[in-house]
Design a protein. Structure first.
Lengths: 318, 369
């Protein structure tokens, strides 16, 4: 029997899964849309992974990360439930051991992680404002009647990117409309937009941080070659985009599993088990905590979200 | 004329916005100097935030919204006197606007102010005497001697309470029997609120100091230290900062939090001292408690702290000024600072994810060194 480790990253937009061996080589992976149903997305990811996986491997531990990490971690019985910031850094380090800066722009959030000698030294994440993330790009693509996938190609044809305000996407959007109405070409506007994303990121998330090479760029937006080019232009250092960049969070969760001493054998048959969730609003005080109950085959597995004991859930069946 | 039930309702019931566990101090001041009854604001919940946010201007700082929520809930429960502090920054003008909003909502409340904000406008901080003048305007029978004797007890209890709280924060993560510190501390607060003299306060303090200092702990020689700095209201009020101290205390961290009423109360009057302690990072007044925050951060960094968390309410301009200075300091000392902004819509999950990553970061860094 050869040991393997599973890592799952359940983000707001996409769900990623990887299985690695003891030397952190990726054996099998899957990347699917979450489509607002993390439990189903994970089942689909697991199905895909198990089909691709060499049957001589046995998964001995699993880990989760991403915004639905707790829900999925509970359902899978994971040993490692890690925040996405640490998981991304650890995953990236296993591929690019000398990385010093990780730039990440995802669907809803963006972050920067600074690393020195394999240890995270500092990080920052967008807080109140989701400006300049993937969802902004996709809404603008819709406005310009373009496919997000064609964005980079069109942008790269531009020789004279339109100047678009980068401080805030509300202004960026009105600027974009203005530039279109006064007659700038679509390619120039799209290129300007890609540049605005970079400037916005560096001003808001990367402000005050020293960005040192090697720089790795991740997250959905890193698939946009025009944004990568703008980053390189602005930072004046090469920006590395790994073809597996979207898997880094899942990889990090899997790598962390290697350090867990106790093994919890993982069974792919889990995909047949019925998991249900129920959100209830506690009415014992005006906090009205939103409590999430997770049921495995109709029995309560875990519940969370209550601020105090009044909202604690007793074991019960659905 | 016969006294009816109705007339009794003119009795003054005062409420002060919740700010950490300083209720015993403000109660002392109001009950003893003005002779008013006091009513604690109802425990803060999501409803407090919603009420505050609904009736506040959108771009005002978060403490305005939370305290307005406090006042509305207190007024619903029968409070008819609202007490605000009038110093430091925009805070100095909260009372006027909050009074107007409460009037418009139909609550018949009196608004009292403990410091005159006018001196703040000219850049000076008001003196203790200014507080006396404010109180005497309300209660003409209050003599200077009486006020100072009450103030002395208040100051003594504040310093004692802050000493115990600071000791507790540094050690609570390591206590052997969970809950011991909090029990002693809450008992202390209970007793300290009733003291009648400085001598009595000292006796009670000595009793609890011994109890708290002898709580069994299992503390490593060099535990991970995380500092909390920032705008004082968000620092001291757990409800406003998603209870970050409690989160850290569950993870074997020594919490260093210099901001409290006693230290900040002294610090804002001693700008030259703060500038001296800032190591050349700032040479003039940048408003509110931001100079204090810079000085605190510099002292922590010189002492080799593992990491610092900076908290502020949304749209707090003095702290925003301070942040750019802190960024330089963080780079020079190579010590990370995480910046968190709190508003009425802040998600606790988001804050906890960031705290978790920050905690991971400082522990991994420590393991390597």
């Amino acid at each position: 029997m050869k040991k393997a480790y599973l890592g799952v990253d359940i983000g707001s937009i996409s769900t990623k899964g990887v299985v690695i061996d003891e030397s952190s080589n990726i054996l099998s992976d899957s990347y699917l849309w979450t489509l607002g149903n993390p439990l189903q997305a994970v089942k689909n990811v697991l199905n895909e992974i198990s089909q691709k996986l060499d049957k001589s491997y046995t998964i001995v531990n699993s880990g989760t990360t991403g915004s639905a990490r707790r829900l999925i971690g509970t359902a899978l019985g994971s040993r490692v439930i890690k925040n996405e910031i640490s998981a991304h850094a650890i995953g990236t380090l296993s591929i690019v051991p000398d990385v010093q800066t990780i730039l990440e722009i995802g669907g809803q959030d963006s972050k920067i992680i600074l690393i020195n000698n394999g240890v995270i030294m500092d990080y920052a994440m967008n807080t109140i404002c989701a400006a300049g993330t993937g969802s902004f790009l996709s809404s603008q693509a819709k406005r310009l009647d373009l496919e997000l996938e064609d964005f980079a190609e069109i942008a790269l044809t531009s020789e004279n990117p339109a100047k678009i305000a980068a401080r805030c996407t509300v202004f960026a959007e009105s600027d974009l409309v203005h530039k279109a109405q006064i007659g700038h070409s679509k390619a120039d506007i799209v290129a300007g937009l890609c540049r605005a994303i970079v400037l916005n990121y560096l001003n808001n998330v990367g402000k005050g941080k020293q960005i040192k090479s090697p720089v790795v760029f991740q997250g959905g937006v890193s698939k946009n070659a025009a944004v990568v080019k703008e980053f390189e232009k602005e930072l004046k250092v090469p920006v590395y985009v790994d073809p597996d960049g979207h898997l880094m969070g899942a990889l990090g969760a899997a790598v962390l599993c290697k350090a867990v001493k106790e093994e919890t054998p993982f069974d792919f048959n889990l995909t047949d088990i019925n998991f249900e969730t129920k959100g209830i609003e506690c009415s014992n005080c005006p906090n009205n905590c939103e409590i999430i109950c997770v049921y495995k085959n109709k029995n309560l597995l875990d519940a969370w979200g209550n601020k105090c004991e009044k909202g604690a859930q007793k074991l019960h069946s659905l | 004329m016969e006294i009816t039930e109705n007339m009794k309702t003119t009795e003054k019931i005062a409420c002060v916005p919740t700010a950490g566990d300083y209720g015993i101090i403000t109660d002392m001041l109001i009950q003893r100097c003005l002779g008013y009854k006091t009513m604690p604001c109802p425990p803060m919940t999501k409803r407090t935030l919603e009420l505050g946010a609904r009736y506040s201007p959108d771009m005002i700082c978060t403490p305005f919204k939370i305290s307005l929520g406090n006042f509305i809930e207190a007024a619903e429960n029968g409070a008819n006197v609202i007490i605000m502090l009038g110093i430091v920054c925009r805070l100095g003008f909260f009372d006027i606007l909050q009074k107007q909003i409460l009037d418009d909502l139909g609550y018949d409340c009196e608004m009292l102010i403990l410091f005159d904000y006018l001196p703040t406008v000219s850049g000076e901080f008001p003196t203790i005497n200014n507080m006396y003048e404010c109180l005497r305007a309300i209660n003409p029978d209050l003599t200077k001697e009486k006020f100072y004797s009450i103030f002395e007890i208040m100051a003594k209890v504040t310093f004692d309470k802050d000493y115990l709280a600071d000791f507790m924060r540094r050690n609570i993560a390591f206590e052997v029997h969970k809950g011991e510190y909090e029990k002693h501390y809450n008992d202390y607060l209970q007793e300290a609120g009733n003291v009648q003299s400085v001598i009595e306060a000292e006796e009670i303090f000595a009793k609890y100091k011994e109890k708290i200092e002898s709580v069994a702990i299992n503390k490593p020689e060099k535990p991970i230290q995380i500092g909390i700095i920032g705008e004082i209201y968000v620092v001291i009020e757990p409800f406003a900062n998603c209870n970050i101290e409690k989160w850290l205390a569950k993870r074997k961290v020594e919490i260093i939090r210099p901001s409290d009423w006693s230290s900040t109360g002294v610090a804002i009057w001693s700008l030259p001292e703060l500038i001296k302690n800032s190591g050349g990072y700032v040479n003039y007044n940048i408003g509110s408690t931001a100079n204090d925050v810079i000085a605190q951060a510099h002292q922590m960094m010189k002492g080799g702290i593992d990491g610092i968390i900076h908290v502020k309410p949304a749209s707090c301009s003095p702290e925003i000024t301070g942040m750019s200075i802190l960024q330089n300091m963080s780079r020079d000392y190579n010590i990370p600072i995480m910046y968190l902004t709190f508003d009425t819509g802040t998600s606790e999950t988001g804050v906890h994810t960031r705290l978790e990553a920050f905690y991971d970061m400082v522990t991994m860094k420590r393991e390597r060194d």
